[in-house]
Design a protein around this ligand. Structure first.
Ligand code: BTN
Length: 378
């Protein structure tokens, strides 16, 4: 099952050398940041001010001054925030106050938690966007720097691997994409992708160590709890044959969902369902990006990092060795027992015809046991 291109992930595409670096010279679709950024940033300013003054009413005049506008515009934006689920009391005559602290992934809240990482400088937040990966891919093509982060409360067309979509209900999950510009050959991107899974797992364990025994990694980078998916990663790349121009790593985490649409129910779980309690998305996002920074910094700078990632992935995954699996790679089915990772991070599977190396595709357990066991709260 070895194919010519590096395609451990359907979305990772290598551009031909002749392809233009970016869309800079071509008319491009309007970026969400261009069309909604202004509104988004003013909403963010209002929420931040209300959070900083949580115990008092903040006057419409003060808020208006902060966004260089007038009180009726503040009222309009407050109504918009309410529509987005932010619980604000008050009206223009009394001023405004937050009834509950919103767990919103606002740059002003997340940024201070990311000091010392490559992710602290360029954080964009969207209340609603089609896809943070689509936005980040376009931003990367237009030259946005390494470490740029795109966070959304809700995605209307979240992309999954293959032809899948990613269910992205408002403010319950983490929908995050980052731009990386590693000086690595494209062949090394699979290992980076495995490292993302490790980073997600470490962040979850840091916040709730009770989860450690339940968390599992499925090649190449799904994170599972009791066999159900809690996180998916979509890496999209623009590369020449020997050089990566940029890679967008999109991470979707099911955090506080209490239920899923019927078709996802047997396949998906959330951290809240598994742990029995609500999680802070802000805290988890910060832990995730710090953990990703550590893995990435090591991979690009330390000679032993590649092997360490492969070893740790194999150790933390029940799927890498001895699992009876079926895989469909580019429409070609394959069944067998997993036999570890090769030195590039590809999955080895023992089939009736001998060892096959799997470069891409979705790995499924042959005898799928849809276990619904949850971690009991302490
Ligand atoms: C998968 O199918 O397992 C990958 C899912 C990746 C979803 C994330 S959510 C943030 C980012 N934006 C997207 O449109 N997709 C990724």
């Amino acid at each position: 099952m070895v194919s010519s291109g590096l395609q451990h992930n359907h979305r990772i595409t290598k551009s031909r050398t002749t392809r233009k670096l970016s869309n800079v010279n071509q008319p491009s679709r309007t970026r969400a940041s261009a069309s909604q950024g202004h509104s988004d940033s003013r909403l963010g300013v209002i929420v931040r001010l209300l959070m900083e003054n949580a115990t008092v009413l903040v006057s419409g005049t003060k808020l208006a001054a902060e966004i260089s506008s007038n009180r009726s515009e503040v009222w309009r934006l407050i109504q918009q925030l309410r529509g987005l689920g932010v619980d604000v009391t008050g009206h223009p005559a009394t001023g405004y106050q937050l009834r509950t602290m919103p767990d919103l992934l606002l740059p002003g809240v997340v940024k201070p938690l990311l000091r010392g990482t490559i992710f602290a400088e360029h954080i964009r937040h969207f209340y609603k966007i089609e896809s943070t990966n689509a936005e980040a891919m376009q931003a990367a093509a237009e030259g946005d720097p390494e470490g740029s982060v795109f966070l959304a409360e809700e995605q209307t067309a979240g992309r999954g691997r293959g032809a899948n979509t990613w269910h992205s209900q408002r403010s319950t999950g983490i929908y995050c994409s980052v731009i990386l510009r590693p000086a690595l050959p494209p062949a090394e991107i699979l290992v980076l992708s495995l490292a993302v899974g490790l980073a997600v797992q470490a962040a979850m364990e840091e916040i709730d160590p009770r989860l450690s025994s339940a968390l599992d990694l499925k090649w190449p980078n799904d994170v599972l709890i009791c066999g159900k998916k809690v996180c998916g990663v979509l890496a999209e790349m623009n590369a020449e044959p020997t050089r990566v121009r940029y890679i967008v790593v999109g991470i979707g985490i099911n955090v506080n969902q209490t239920a899923f649409p019927a078709e996802l129910e047997p396949l998906a779980t959330s951290l809240r369902l598994a742990s029995g309690s609500e999680w802070s998305r802000v805290e988890l996002t910060a832990a995730l990006l710090k953990s990703l920074h550590r893995e990435y910094a090591a991979l690009i700078a330390q000679s032993g990092a590649h092997d360490s990632i492969l070893e740790r992935f194999a150790k933390n995954s029940s799927w890498v060795r001895g699992k009876e699996v079926r895989i469909e790679e580019n429409g070609v089915p394959l069944a067998g027992i997993t036999e570890g990772l090769d030195e590039r991070g590809f999955l080895r599977v023992r089939t009736t015809g001998g060892i096959q190396t799997v470069l891409s595709g979705t790995v499924r357990e042959r005898k799928q046991l849809a276990s619904a066991v949850s971690i009991q709260p302490a």
